[in-house]
Design a protein around this ligand. Sequence first.
Ligand SMILES: C[S@@+](CC[C@H](N)C(=O)[O-])C[C@H]1O[C@@H](n2cnc3c(N)ncnc32)[C@H](O)[C@@H]1O
Length: 379
Amino acid sequence: MTKYQLVATSAMGLESIVAEEVKSLGYETKVENGKVYFEGDETAIARCNLWLRVADRVKIVVAQFPANTFDQLFESTKKIEWERFLPVDAAFPVSGKSVKSKLFSVPDCQAIVKKAIVERMKSHYKRLGFLDESGATYKIEVSILKDLATITIDTSGAGLHKRGYRQTQGEAPLKETLAAALVKISRWSPNRPFVDLFCGSGTIPLEAAMIGQNIAPGYNREFISEDWSWFKSKIWDDARDEAESLANYDQELEIIGSDIDHRMISIAEANAIEAGFGDLIKFKQMQATDFTTRLTDGVIVSNPPYGERIGEKEIIERVIKDLGTVMKNYPTWSVYMLSSMENFEEHYGKKATKKRKLFNGFIRTDLYQFWGQKSKREE
Ligand SMILES: C[S@@+](CC[C@H](N)C(=O)[O-])C[C@H]1O[C@@H](n2cnc3c(N)ncnc32)[C@H](O)[C@@H]1O
């Protein structure tokens, strides 16, 4: 099978986790800002789309070349053997971005790349008129960074955070990819209790359940490259069969999500049912500071409100302070809180064992990690 240069794109700060995921699927990686490069065939494309929990997309890197002028961009794009990827009826929208480069006009770069591909295709397929683009879609991106152009084709389609379980969302849902990253950073293992005290629409508990039962996050969705003529459906069938055989539906899990807002609990329950975890995850309406348990060695991973709305700040600061006091009763529990709140540790009343800078969309946050006493399992 043909080997491709591939890239798994990721949110800033999550590259190392994506790289770990790619490596655990058996591929060597090279990491750059927001990008994890690796080499693989069509099976790799299918498996990575199905299994990567933290990556945004999997793309084929078609070419990389210097692009100081529009001529250079045009000629180098035209030289690419597009017929290897695009059949005569391919629909190929071109998107673009440009950072710190002479060719800064993105619409112009997109138009040049489109024109170069059209010329190449017309000459290869011997078409005089226009290409009707009535077939499957191949989303092409030209990305120019410091005058180096990278041309990619997206194999995922909808971003990989779209797992297919989200029915309705709360006000500030966490992206599924970030939620999965938090669970991974917490080093939670399925034999330990898992709690989200501010669960909203349930994203973190749902991602934990999928990790706990080793369920491929992309199992219930489709990918744009499944429609491509040269991508054999058997490869997808085999990758899905492999995912099905690796899922451990018998793994018992103790996962609880709670939220002060009963409407959120209804949404979280609906999402859990959609994901097939209706009986597995327990959701309940509860004030976070009412947390009580007889279990030990548990993990709490939450994304409490950041207190950005007027009047909310003092309330949430109080909740975090009271929660810090409550958690003193549970020294073996580890607590992971993603927050943009200033002086979070001061409010919580304890210095974090470790902090990790992460972006929740455009909001700069920290993941405050308070490791439990007996648990030697965390990073
Ligand atoms: C940022 S949202 C969490 C979003 C969630 N991670 C998701 O993906 O949908 C914060 C949640 O905390 C809840 N909340 C606010 N104050 C709370 C409290 N004192 N106790 C429990 N939940 C609270 C809100 O109702 C809201 O759903």
